[in-house]
Design a protein around this ligand. Structure first.
Ligand code: PLP
Length: 487
C-alpha cells in the first residue's frame, strides 16, 4: 500500500501515489463497515472504552506517514467496538436514529465530492432547497418555505427563536441589540419542553427567566387555557409575549401539544408559533400517526432532525420557516468576500449562509436526498409505525408485570417505567447501568415527578418485538438480582 504524500512529480499533493492500491484498501474498509452493520445485533449494545484504549488516544501529533491499512486496523480495534451503539436494535436510550447502509454510501459519496455548501452557485444548495420543499410538503407548509441544515434540533430551535425575535422586534435588533427595543420579550413552552428551548432563550439574550413553562395535562400536552392566561398576565405586567414553542413529540415520553389550539392562540395574540418536532414532526410520514400533528401546517417554523427518525447518518438537523423573507433578513449579511456576481460561481441570491450563521458547511442535503430517493418516505413512515407498535408491546409487558409499573403515558415510541418499590429511583438507575454494562440493552433514564425512571425510546428500524421481549426479560432478571422482583 502506498504511503501518504510522495516525493516526486507532485511533491505537495496529499493524494495517494498508487491509486489502485488505495482503491483496494478503501473497498476493504467499506466492506468491513457494512459487515459490522449487517451483524450489529450479534455483538453487545455497548461496552466501556478500556483505559488501555483511551491511552492510545493520548499520543502526540503524528508528523510522518503511516500505512492506511495500519491506521484502519486501529479503527477496527480501537474505535469501532467502543462507539455509542445506536445502530444496535437493543439501543433504546435518548432519541438516537440508527443509520442505514444507504446512509453509509451517501456519506462516502458526499465526502469524495467534499462540497462546501455554505453558498455559491452549484448543485449543493439546489439539493438543500429540494429537501426544504419535501419537508414543507410533509408538514403541510407552503412550498416556498425556506429551510436550512444545521447540526441538530438544538441549533434549529435556537435559530427558530432568533427568527421569531426578529419578527417581533424588527431586524434593527441585529445592530442595536435587545436594549432599547421596548418591552421585555417573553416566550411560552410546555413544562415538558426540551432544555434546548431554555438554552435558546439564554443564547438569544432574551433570558431564560422569560420562558414561561406552562403546566401540562395528564397526556403531557400544554394546557391551552393556562397558556392563554399566562400571555394575558404578561401583557398586563407590561411584558411583550412574542413566541409559543409547541412540541411535536416531547423528549421525556413523546407528548404532543395540541398544535391546532396553539395555532389559534398564536393567531389571536399575534405571536410566532414555532414547533420543536425534533423527532415527532416526521410522524407525518406515518399515516396512522398523522392526527397527532394536526395544526403543524399552521406553524411559522419547525425544528426537526433527519438523523433521528429518518435514520440519515449524523448529523442532519433542519429548520423550516414559513416566511422566507423574515428568515433571510434574520441572518443574511453583506461582506466583500461574499459578494454576488451576475454570473458564474458567485451568482444567486439564495445561499444557505443567508439563512443561518454557518458559512462553511458540508453536503448534508445529499445524504437526506439519497436516503429518501432510495428508501422512499413510505418505508420510513412504516419503520416509525413499527417502533410505536414495539413500544406498545413493551408497555403491555410492563402493565402485566408484578415488578414494574409505567411511570408516564406511552403515546408514541417511548416507554418510561419503574420498579414498583423504587420510590426515588436508585434501583432503576442501578438496573439501567447493569443492562448497559453487560451489553444487553441501552435504555436511558429520566425523571418523572422527581423519580428517576427507566426510559426505553424505540427509534431503531432494526428493533423487533423479540428485541423488546429480550430487553424486558433482561430487566426483570436484574430486578430479581436487586431483590426488587417481588410485587
Ligand atoms: C424534543 C427534542 N427537542 C430537541 C432535541 C435536541 O435535538 P439534537 O440532539 O438533535 O440537538 C431533542 C433531542 O433528543 C428532542 O428530543
Amino acid at each position: 500500500m502506498g504511503r501518504g504524500p510522495q516525493v516526486g512529480a507532485a511533491p505537495a499533493s496529499l493524494d495517494p501515489a498508487d491509486w489502485s492500491a488505495f482503491r483496494a484498501e478503501a473497498h476493504a474498509a467499506l466492506d468491513r463497515a457494512l459487515e459490522r452493520l449487517e451483524h450489529v445485533a450479534e455483538g453487545p449494545v455497548w461496552r466501556p472504552t478500556p483505559a488501555a484504549v483511551q491511552a492510545r488516544f493520548a499520543a502526540p501529533l503524528p508528523t510522518g506517514p503511516r500505512d492506511l491499512s495500519d491506521v484502519l486496523a486501529d479503527v477496527d480495534a480501537l474505535v469501532a467496538p467502543y462507539v455509542v451503539g445506536n445502530t444496535h436494535p437493543r439501543f433504546m436510550g435518548w432519541a438516537h436514529g440508527a443509520g442505514t447502509p444507504v446512509g453509509v454510501v451517501a456519506e462516502l459519496v458526499a465526502a469524495a465530492l467534499d462540497a462546501n455548501c455554505g453558498g455559491r452557485d452549484h448543485v449543493g444548495p439546489i439539493v438543500e432547497r429540494q429537501v426544504a420543499r419535501w419537508a414543507a410538503q410533509a408538514f403541510g407548509l407552503p412550498e416556498a418555505s425556506s429551510g436550512v441544515f444545521v447540526t441538530g434540533a438544538s441549533q434549529a430551535n435556537f435559530l427558530g427563536l432568533l427568527v421569531a425575535r426578529d419578527a417581533a422586534l424588527g431586524h434593527a435588533v441585529r445592530r442595536e441589540g435587545l436594549r432599547g427595543q421596548g418591552a421585555q420579550l417573553c416566550a411560552y413552552a410546555s413544562a415538558e419542553a426540551h432544555g434546548c428551548v431554555r438554552q435558546a432563550m439564554e443564547l438569544a439574550g432574551v433570558g431564560a427567566g422569560f420562558l414561561r413553562q406552562i403546566e401540562t395535562d395528564a397526556d403531557g400536552a400544554m394546557r391551552p387555557a393556562e397558556l392563554q392566561a399566562a400571555i394575558l398576565r404578561d401583557r398586563a405586567a407590561g411584558l411583550a409575549p412574542f413566541l409559543i414553542v409547541g412540541a411535536a413529540g416531547g423528549v421525556n415520553f413523546g407528548a404532543f401539544d395540541d398544535l391546532a389550539a396553539l395555532a389559534d392562540i398564536a393567531a389571536a395574540e399575534r405571536l410566532w408559533l414555532h414547533v420543536d418536532g425534533a423527532f415527532g414532526a416526521l410522524t407525518t410520514l406515518a399515516p396512522s400517526l398523522k392526527p397527532l400533528t394536526r395544526g403543524l401546517e399552521r406553524a411559522d417554523s419547525v425544528a426537526f432532525d433527519f438523523h433521528k427518525w429518518a435514520h440519515v447518518p449524523y448529523d442532519a438537523g433542519f429548520l423550516l420557516v414559513r416566511d422566507r423573507a423574515v428568515h433571510k433578513a434574520t441572518f443574511a449579511a453583506t461582506a466583500a468576500y461574499l459578494s454576488r456576481l451576475p454570473r458564474g460561481l458567485a451568482a444567486g441570491d439564495d445561499w444557505p449562509c443567508d439563512y443561518g450563521p454557518d458559512l462553511s458547511r458540508g453536503f448534508r442535503a445529499l445524504k437526506v436526498w439519497l436516503t429518501f430517493q432510495t428508501l422512499g418516505a413510505d418505508a420510513i413512515g412504516r419503520a416509525i409505525e413499527a417502533n410505536c407498535a414495539a413500544a406498545r408491546r413493551l408497555a403491555e409487558r410492563v402493565r402485566a408485570s408484578d415488578v414494574f409499573e409505567l411511570a408516564a403515558p406511552a403515546p408514541l415510541n417511548i416507554v418510561c417505567f419503574s420498579l414498583k418499590r423504587d420510590r426515588e429511583g436508585a434501583l432503576n438507575a442501578e438496573l439501567v447501568m447493569r443492562l448497559q454494562e453487560r451489553g444487553l440493552a441501552a435504555p436511558s433514564t429520566t425523571r418523572i415527578g422527581g423519580r428517576l425512571v427507566i426510559r426505553a425510546a424505540i427509534f431503531n428500524h432494526r428493533t423487533t418485538e423479540a428485541d423488546v421481549d429480550a430487553v424486558f426479560d433482561a430487566a426483570a432478571q436484574i430486578a430479581a438480582e436487586l431483590g426488587a422482583a417481588t410485587g
